[in-house]
Design a protein. Structure first.
Length: 342
């Protein structure tokens, strides 16, 4: 069977990231969907005429200025929402008003506001449309293997970990909150280390800690204005996991007896490389979408799971806001106290 797809949004993740890249790099929805055998035709939507022309030239697909025009002509099995986050809810609302797709894949996060995201999840549930959120790391074979290792105690918990993220809590930090949820389950507590700064004056970049039962993960914000930095290190009872370069290299080191110091144990060298495939991140997501549409098991983040992740994000962001408010109150208190009585 061939599934018709409408791709709403032809920006960076929609089409731009892998334009001009070798064919073995699949980092956008357009390249992944056009290259998978069960998807087609691919219909693009974007208000920018240059992007539409580029899509039509590159992928030989129809392209429309508006979603209304596209859905008036085509009834898709799958809709991919790759519009800006502020537009996700309105785009989904229009999709559900004008069509009945079997599934929707929405870019992360679902929304900036928790209530908005909740309404999106509820609307899809009411109409029987499967909703997924594009936390793409869940589809990576190395990430799936780590989850299996944790489940069968090949990685022994509890673990301590450090996550470095940059370019904002909502924009990129959310990927790693969701990744830790995928590996360790739901967090039970959050605490703020430092409120940090804001990426582009909107997206907070706090340092914080999430507790997952007895496991503890520290999230630290790097400086995107200097360089991108996305890494994870988990220290377990029986070794160390390193997730490097945003997931392009994932390695596990078990423990062995130290060859030189009796009684000591050290990390095994060389490390065991796990099958990371981030060069083809969106093809892995697309393969999981094909499984979902065929009724098979999928590792994709569901709408309800994406809503829970957003709850963690907004909770941490609120901790940073509260810390700023407390700082302002402390700054004002001495001034108030120094005033002479009227």
């Amino acid at each position: 069977m061939s599934y018709r797809v409408v791709l709403a949004g032809l920006g960076a993740i929609g089409m731009g990231y892998d334009l001009g890249c070798p064919e073995d790099q699949v980092r956008t929805h357009a390249r992944a969907l056009s290259g998978h055998p069960v998807f087609g035709p691919l219909i693009g939507v974007d208000p920018d005429c240059k992007r539409r022309a580029l899509f039509e030239t590159t992928y030989a697909g129809e392209c429309y200025e508006s979603l209304a025009l596209a859905l008036a002509t085509h009834q898709p099995h799958l809709v991919v929402i790759a519009t800006p986050t502020d537009d996700h809810a309105a785009t989904l609302r229009e999709v559900l008003e004008r069509s009945r797709p079997r599934a929707v894949l929405c870019e992360k996060p679902l929304a900036y506001e928790l209530d908005t995201a909740r309404s999106m999840v509820e609307a899809c549930a009411q109409q029987g449309v499967a909703l997924y959120v594009n936390y793409m790391r869940r589809a990576d074979p190395a990430v799936v293997e780590v989850k299996r290792m944790l489940e069968r105690d090949a990685i022994l918990g509890p673990v301590k970990g450090v996550v470095w993220y940059s370019k904002g809590l909502f924009h990129n930090g959310s990927h790693f909150i969701d990744l830790m949820r995928f590996w360790l389950g739901k967090p039970c507590a959050a605490s703020l280390v430092s409120r940090g700064s804001c990426w582009e004056d909107r997206d907070p970049e706090p340092d914080f800690v999430l507790e997952f039962g007895q496991s503890s993960i520290s999230f630290l914000a790097a400086r995107e204005e200097c360089f991108s930095h996305y890494t994870v290190e988990l220290v377990a009872r029986n070794g160390r996991l390193r997730y490097e370069r945003g997931g392009e290299r994932v390695e596990w080191q078990g423990i062995v007896a130290d060859a030189h110091l009796p009684g000591y144990r050290v990390l095994h060298e060389p490390p065991q490389l796990l099958p990371a495939d981030m060069q083809r991140s969106q093809m892995n997501v697309t393969a999981q979408l094909a499984n979902a549409l065929a009724g098979l098991t999928t590792t994709l983040c569901t709408g309800p799971e994406g809503l829970e992740t957003l709850g963690d994000i907004t909770g941490v962001a609120q901790l940073a806001v509260d810390a700023q408010s407390a700082k302002e109150r402390r700054r004002l208190t001495p001034q108030v106290a120094s005033r002479d009585p009227a």
